[in-house]
Design a binder for this molecule. Sequence first.
Ligand code: 3NM
Length: 509
Amino acid sequence: MRPMVDYTLYLVTDQDLMTTETLEAAVRQACEGGVTLVQIREKKASHEDFLAVAKRCKAITDEFGVGLIINDDAAVAAEIGAAGVHVGQDDTPVPEVRALVGPDAIIGVSAHNVQEARRAQEEGADYLGIGGITTTATKPEAAALSMGEMDEIMAAVDIPCVVIGGVNAQTIPLCKGHAFAGYAVVSAIIAQDDIAAAARGLRQVIAQVQEGADGVAMEGDVVEGGACAADGAPEGVAELRDQIAACVTAVKETNPMAPSITNFVTIDYVANAQLAVGGSAAMVYLPDEGEMLAGSPSMYLNMGTLMPVYEQTIPRTVKALAAAGTPWVLDPVGIGIGSLRSELLMAAKDCKPGIIRCNASEAIALAQLWGLTTGEESGVRGVDSTDSVSDARDAAIALARHTGGAVAISGDEDLITDGQRVALVKGGNPLLTCITGSGCSLGGVAAIYATCGEPFIAALTASIVYDLAADRAGEVADAPGSFKVAFLDELYRATAEDIAGYPFTLQGA
Ligand code: 3NM
């Protein structure tokens, strides 16, 4: 009998990337954080060294009841009684591995197309590793597959498939609705400073993705947030509030930086708003600066006041952001004005931003530009919106489904969606439309929250803190100048509790 293993969160080790002194410490912390399966992958070690470290790691995984898989070396697996072996296309063929490990071990095979997948299954593989979601610096030679290609592979076989390559908190949500048995991760766990926290965070993201797949947020279902949160809040809202509070607290405690490439009209206000919520700011515009900062935990790109240098800066930066898997925020302000802006926005299409922050007309126009919707005409007027937020609902959902991230549309009632859920937040003050920078700075603040929360949480948190601060600023200021100052003060004063407790409505997309 093959052992039962749980593929949900599958750590694949890499001693070159680990942040601990020993592999055993990394494996222990990962188990504490909730990984459900561990593969020891030693590409450079001798058989003896591999055997020794695998034996020590197995003692730890046994303690946690977590399965242990050995990469490639079937003899090591057989000697330590591991749950199984994982092989690549160029490693030992499956029948030879089976002869070495016997009938009671699991054999996993990496497959990158339908043919490889079918052959592996025919030869007796028990599961497949397929992917990647993106290319990855951990294994640069591994190509990325589209979700459609991975769906085809999964449809062609009956054995479980785990996704590997570029799997992290930003990309796991892209897998919502696809039939992966689990998520195999190297760098997003083992290269993190706090390995246990990283694993815990990924388990949370996976739970959300699985919850979405199970249809908890049903089409058209409406659940109210707000006052009832403490006693019997509807499903989903209480968890969102916890995540919002955790995101705000983490920002205030860690002072994370989200650099910006943003417009000159509002650059000062963007930086000040980022500082007010607890983040830090760096404003750049040169190509090498943007590229260099793309490895930051998040970044904000705003398409206002374009200059010729942006023709290089924006494409180079968005490419670097995509390669680094950075959850960046796009503000397509001014969409429709000039050819350079359209070119730059097209360059951003495949480098999928984690959050798109804009007004209703900009969302409709961007979805049209990217070929995601047809028929709707946007009412972009300069940088203002002439469409209502509800007019932009379909465009927002289409954009979020394309990026796998979140879209936040500001208006009388803000709409935030990840393509599965739609949150509506009502609040704010009409004076917000009389000052420059409220929209841009909201994008910058969303980037700050994206350093500590997944895109939907970050976008929702930013929208809420803006409504809350505007409500409060409106109580002490009745004209634009004083309102602008009071608003910044209220961004600074808003606590995690205030923000997490603000009313909002949650619906299925
Ligand atoms: N195999 P990370 S990608 C070990 O595509 C491995 O078969 C891959 O690393 C494949 O989680 C990969 O850091 C490395 O992106 C995955």
